[in-house]
Design a protein. Structure first.
Lengths: 116, 115
């Protein structure tokens, strides 16, 4: 079964506007971590933000924030004030602590294109 | 720059050949992970090493093997290569195993093309 689902293959956003990237996950592990990574066209994977399953507050890192809805098993990434450099593929990933190996399971990704 | 280095950056080879991909983790990181990114399979976990010991295996083919050396660098060996092995191979590292917020830092990847 798919552990991470990203239903938006591609999105367009106007520069300076906010964009929300959807991510839902599936786990029975009560303890897990959720991550977002950015992959620009150059190919490297850049860590953006982390949310722990027991965190009470939504994570924020600069222009990135995570809308964590535990009961719905969703962890949407919000990018505020989009910039041209935000054009990239974005991956949601999960690590289940019970597995004790700390591997990441990734979604299929969402391509974001920022328009000037 | 994540601090994780991978060599080579690009590799072009023929079917049936064997290649070795190299990874140096961030200074102090004990865990090394290998991932494969292909168009049809997406990003998939292959194998993890922690302080020289194999820790977890994912969807890694029997033709593939890896090891982590005493200096903590790791190598991924791919043999009897097939066209479908063409992919971007990432190495990632993290400090250890404890704690949830243990983000993995990815290297720039090795792009393997099998002709």
């Amino acid at each position: 079964a798919q552990k991470i689902t990203q239903t938006q293959p591609g999105m367009f956003v106007q520069e300076k506007e906010a964009v929300t990237l959807d991510c839902t996950y599936d786990t029975s592990d009560p303890s897990y971590g959720l991550f977002w990574y950015k992959q620009p066209s150059s190919g490297e994977m850049i860590f953006l933000i982390y949310q722990g399953s027991y965190d009470q507050q939504n994570a924020t890192e600069g222009r990135y924030s995570l809308n964590f809805q535990k009961a719905r098993k969703s962890a949407n990434l919000v990018i505020s004030a989009s910039q041209l450099g935000d054009s990239a593929m974005y991956f949601c990933a999960m690590r289940e602590v019970r597995s004790n190996d700390y591997k990441l399971s990734f979604g299929a990704g969402t391509t974001v294109t920022v328009r000037a | 720059d994540s601090g994780v280095t991978q060599t080579p950056k690009h590799l072009i080879t023929a079917t049936g050949q064997r290649v070795t991909l190299r990874c140096s983790p961030r200074s102090g990181d004990l865990s090394v992970y290998w991932y494969q990114q292909s168009l049809d399979q997406g990003l998939q976990f292959l194998i993890q090493y922690y302080n020289g010991e194999e820790r977890a295996k994912g969807n890694i083919l029997e033709r593939f093997s890896a090891q982590q050396f005493p200096d903590l660098h790791s190598e991924l060996n791919l043999s009897s290569l097939e066209l479908g092995d063409s992919a971007l191979y990432f190495c990632a590292s993290s400090p250890g195993l404890a704690g949830e917020g243990n983000e993995q830092f990815f290297g720039p990847g090795t792009r393997l093309t099998v002709l």
